[in-house]
Design a protein around this ligand. Sequence first.
Ligand code: MN
Length: 211
Amino acid sequence: MNYKLPELNFSYDALEPYFDKKTMIIHHTKHHQTYINNANSILKSINNFNLSNKSIEYILFNLNKIDDLEQRQLLRNNLGGHFNHSFFWKGLSLGTNISSDFKKVLEKNFGSFSEFKQKFHSIALSRFGSGWVWLIMDNYNEKKLSIVSTANQDNPIMKKDVSSVTPGIPIIGLDVWEHSYYLKYQNNRSHYIEAFWNVINWNEAIRRFEL
Ligand code: MN
């Protein structure tokens, strides 16, 4: 198994002025690449759990099968980082629109579209330190949506005893590590979260919801 850096579907300056070119280059080629390098090297050293031909989702869901706690923690951080960033890039685009059907789904779950955005914003803002905010489907039968936040490179795919968040299928994810906004927004995470609504890829969010 050898993970590789996925190419972006757009150029590094495509999301300007909301997400700046320099941050995008460093975020993709340095931060994401480092998670991949580390995950690949840890995976080579794990031998108590047969990981060959397993999907990244399967491995993240079954982290507790790795006996060695240090290896488990390293893989949680780095394979989590690879999954989260791959997910994040696909969820970005300029110029997509929410469909009226998906808007109705958000209204049903959160009261109104603006209440959905406010809740997402306040959870993203209140994540202490580094982490992510997610819109997830946590009840598949009822297609019920929730907004949750995870620390570090945890995500809602991991089991609750590993990540301490309610598991679910991620629909939207926003990186709120400082490395994703500091060059342009410095300490102002709030402005970065507001900018995200201009570069969210609604087509991808809708595709994930309908899967
Ligand atoms: Mn990041």
